[in-house]
Design a protein around this ligand. Structure first.
Ligand SMILES: [Zn+2]
Length: 536
């Protein structure tokens, strides 16, 4: 079952709806796009079918997944553009809201993400990720945050995040040793570094690549990561950061639940490259990643601090040009529910909390307007925004970075020359973070000694192999019912050098290769795994 730690006890079933009347309205609204009338009708019908199926079935979002996949194909085929819309109810109101699609992305292979906004709320945001039958979602509307998750049984549910239940934890980041450089000093170092890069190979866009790791018991990691990337990129765009994005450098399961460890302990292990993170710097190289983000499950842990698994933590570099441990950790349900994934990523990009106007640095700080009850992305529930203590506590975290040129309901989101993290991201830290890794690792050597161990139950077989290259990011195991590997399929994609499979037809032929950011090795030796007729 899903966890309800700091979520409202109100528990709603997600209810999409669309009416015939609104369908014609939808069509009228989207006629301004570049599509032909016929193309628009086809899209509107497919999306409507998917959405109304949900209303009728009320539980099975695999139907929505099928619908989304269909519309994804349509979108690819006909180049569907922003401005298309659908209607869905949000808990607490039976009046359907108008969801306007802004972007469609495939941040992670085979995970399709829609994001956009809801008419009537300038700060609204939604993102749905469709991941192989599982739909995870996030909605920000009218000062409230909602997540859409599967309840672990049969239903897709919408949860409302309750910030009043957030534990008061100021210390969610760890300052690294050293004195922070000024922005002008950092800019000088960036210019020096850029001189070393071939100008022909430089892109007009800046992409900071994030390698995602996840504990084995986290909730829909691929969907969650996809939505987090959409959310962060939407925040950059809304905040006035131009042509700069984050992307996935890979998403890798960890063979542990970190049972009994608080999030800070996990971050410390990453920073020290100890335990399961012993080869983390090499993994970073192999993925050609700028940042690394680990997702843990926020579930039960026996600890003196019952909240040690919620929220997030991150390393905050003193010098964005010289960040050797650009790591962050967050609990799965918080990443989206409280913008924690984007907030912690902001720390790794040298974003500071709000505090007062003094102290160094001042520019890359967040901003809050406690009287109006909101804070920017780097807001940390402090001062009059603090849970339980302030007059408007706790302040809602906007999906925007501080920028004194931008306003929310007419009030500036920053202070000129002081609180302008968007400007710092735009001019300094996104660039510095993206050029930290500017070489691609060599393609890894072929793994060897692929070995199969026949289990004693039907198709159960264990497989293991030997790594031959520190540059390996992940392994891909392929099987076929033919010894010449015609019609082969991928059955494993991860960084463990051991896995188990269930052979469905006797026999299966298997082989493995090693991959990283530059490509994949050739195939290993081939083995045969069999299925037996008994289970002992
Ligand atoms: Zn923080």
């Amino acid at each position: 079952m899903i966890k309800l730690t700091v979520f409202s006890i109100l528990f709603f079933y997600f209810n999409f709806s669309i009416s015939q009347e609104s369908k014609s309205e939808e069509f009228t609204q989207i006629i301004n796009s570049n599509l032909s009338t016929e193309e628009l009708l086809v899209f509107a019908e497919s999306l409507s079918d998917a959405v109304s199926d949900i209303s009728e079935v009320n539980i099975n979002l695999s139907v929505l997944d099928a619908g989304l996949s269909e519309s994804n194909t349509l979108r690819k085929n006909i180049g569907l553009v922003k401005g298309n819309m659908f209607f869905a109810e949000i808990v607490g109101s039976d009046i359907p809201k108008t969801f306007v699609i802004d972007n469609f992305n495939e941040h992670i292979e085979n995970v399709f993400t829609y994001d956009g906004f809801i008419l009537g709320d300038e700060n609204s945001f939604f993102s749905f990720a469709s991941n192989n039958g599982l739909v995870t979602g996030k909605i920000v509307y009218d000062f409230k945050n909602y997540t859409i998750v599967h309840d672990g049984e049969t239903r897709q549910v919408m949860l409302q995040f309750d910030p009043k239940k957030i534990p008061f934890d100021q210390n969610d980041f760890v300052k690294m040793e050293g004195i922070p450089l000024s922005e002008s000093e950092e800019k000088f170092l960036i210019e020096e570094k850029l001189k070393l890069i071939d100008s022909d190979s430089r892109s007009t866009t800046t992409t900071v690549k994030v390698l995602f790791l996840y504990a084995s018991d986290t909730y829909d990691p691929a969907g969650t990561v996809s939505i987090m990337i959409s959310e962060f990129n939407a925040a950059l765009s809304t905040s006035g950061v131009t042509n700069k994005f984050i992307s996935s450098a890979g998403i890798i399961p960890l063979n542990t639940t970190f049972s009994g460890q608080c999030k800070r302990t996990v971050l410390d292990s990453m920073t020290a490259a100890s335990g399961i993170f012993s080869d983390l710097p090499q993994r970073r190289d192999a993925a050609n990643a700028d940042l690394i983000f680990t997702i843990i499950n926020d579930g039960g842990v026996s600890s003196p601090d019952p909240f040690c698994r919620v929220g997030g933590v991150a390393n905050l570099p003193a010098n964005i040009n010289n960040s050797n441990v650009p790591y962050a950790v967050s609990a799965d349900s918080f990443i989206l529910a409280d913008n924690t994934g984007s907030h912690e990523t902001g720390h790794v990009l040298k974003g500071y909390h709000v505090r007062d106007d003094s102290g160094t640095p001042t520019a890359s700080r967040g901003f809050h307007n406690a009287a109006k009850g909101w804070q920017s992305m780097m807001g940390s529930y402090e001062g009059n925004c603090a849970p339980f203590t302030g007059p408007n506590s706790p302040c809602v975290r906007l999906n925007q970075f501080s920028n004194p040129s931008n306003t929310y309901n007419g009030d500036p989101i920053g202070k000129i020359g002081k609180k302008d993290f968007a400007g710092y991201l735009d001019n300094t830290s996104m660039i510095a973070a993206s050029i930290y890794r500017n070489t691609n690792p060599p393609i890894p050597n072929i793994p060897s000694s692929l070995n199969v161990n026949q289990g004693n139950c039907f198709g159960l077989n264990g497989l293991n192999w030997t790594d031959n290259d520190i540059n390996t990011l992940r392994y891909v195991l392929s099987y076929s019912t033919q010894s010449n590997f015609s019609n082969s399929s991928q059955i494993y994609n991860g960084w463990d050098k051991i896995t188990s499979i269930n052979v469905l037809t006797d026999p299966w032929y298997l082989r493995v290769k090693a991959c990283n950011a530059s490509g994949c090795s050739g195939w290993s030796n081939q083995v045969t795994a069999n299925r037996i007729s008994t289970c002992n």
